[in-house]
Design a binder for this molecule. Structure first.
Ligand code: NDP
Length: 323
């Protein structure tokens, strides 16, 4: 065993609301947590402009500001927040091994996974431009729909998420135009029916996005293309919502943890426990349904409490063995 291996009680992987909340609870429980921030410090919220639905911020707060505050709060109780990317794990033995940046090896009594999920985008340059400008491209209707009240929006996708988000937006917006790339939905029949029966949702089948149109600052419309006829046409819109799925950031855990068919970590219901003792999960890495900052924070709390109880029960067990 190399001399420079660090031993930690609680390692937290990921720096979104789940990771920082886990860190606040773990630090206050004297678990001396170390948190690795990953590639996108602050997580998905750093790509969100205004967060208005997180309790405690009556005037709203920007995503990046909120993440800085969460980081500060976790550091106030002694969390060691580090830059670094966890590249490999080995959960096969009693000690959980984690490698950071391919090189640094850490041995952990407990690991809390808060690596989140990444929203998929179409990848069009115009879409990425207005996404980066914060000018009307979003992958979360619940987060951003409110900004488009009484306006016209376009939504891409045909799965359950798209159906749910279109329905959510239809209650806020004047009109929702749904672009479905095939001639059929992927969503469940009941979700499809709900969308079809909503008056202010127009569904365009066999239609893809050719370009997101804008004035250089904000979105003004979408150029769509009918895949059957080849015809291109413009749809006026101030918001462009992408609901084509998420990819949970769980690849490095797949040899050790039970994942569902999409890659979400399966946990014991009502807990943050994975199938490996001492390894816990919080946030979007295990949640394809709610995906909100507040639910991620809630499960971060659960993961830290479960980790603390696991350590306490292990200590009792070890004391009994010595006695
Ligand atoms: P899905 O993978 O189920 O659906 C993705 C949709 O996006 C598909 O219709 C797909 O089209 C479309 N799509 C993918 N890429 C593109 C593209 N480049 N251009 C245009 N369209 C594209 O993802 P969801 O996020 O909807 O759902 C993920 C899982 O979560 C599912 O199992 C779902 O059932 C579940 N879920 C359940 C909910 C609930 O029960 N309340 C709510 C939300 C999600 P195509 O069909 O042609 O492949």
């Amino acid at each position: 065993m190399a001399d420079n291996i660090e031993k930690v009680k609680c390692l937290i992987i990921g720096s979104g609301p789940a990771g920082y909340t886990a860190a606040i609870y773990a630090a206050r429980a004297n678990m001396a947590p170390i948190l690795y921030q990953g590639m996108q410090p602050g997580g998905q919220l750093t790509t969100t402009n205004e967060v208005e639905n997180y309790p405690g911020y009556p005037d709203g707060i920007t995503g990046p500001e909120m993440m800085i505050e969460l980081q500060k709060q976790s550091e106030r109780f002694g969390t060691d927040v580090r830059d670094g990317w966890v590249t490999k794990v080995d959960f096969s033995g009693p000690v959980h091994k984690v490698w950071v940046n391919e090189t640094t090896e850490i041995h952990c009594d407990t690991v809390i996974i808060s690596t989140g999920a990444t929203a998929k985008y179409l990848g069009l340059p115009s879409e990425q431009k207005y996404l980066n400008l914060g000018g009307g491209v979003s992958a979360c209707a619940v987060c951003d729909g409110f900004f488009y009240r009484n306006q016209e929006v376009v939504l891409v996708g045909a799965g359950d998420s798209a159906a749910e988000e279109a329905h959510y937006l239809s209650k806020l917006c004047k009109k929702v135009t749904m672009l479905v790339r095939r001639d059929a939905f992927r969503a469940s029949k009941i979700m499809e029916a709900r969308v079809r029966n909503t008056e202010n949702i127009e569904i365009l089948f066999n239609t893809e996005t050719d370009e997101v149109l804008g004035d250089g600052q904000v979105v003004t419309g979408v150029r769509a293309k009918n895949k059957v006829t080849g015809e291109k046409f413009d749809i006026p819109a101030t918001g462009f919502f992408v609901a084509i799925g998420h990819k949970p950031n769980t690849d490095i855990f797949k040899d050790y943890l039970e994942l569902d068919e999409t890659g979400y970590i399966i946990k014991t219901p009502g807990t943050a426990k994975t199938n490996v003792e001492g390894v816990f999960v919080s946030g979007d890495a295990a949640d394809h349904v709610y995906r909100q900052a507040i639910t991620a924070a809630g499960t971060g709390c659960m993961a830290a409490l479960d980790a603390e109880r696991y350590l306490a029960s292990k200590e009792v067990h070890e004391e009994n063995e010595v006695a």
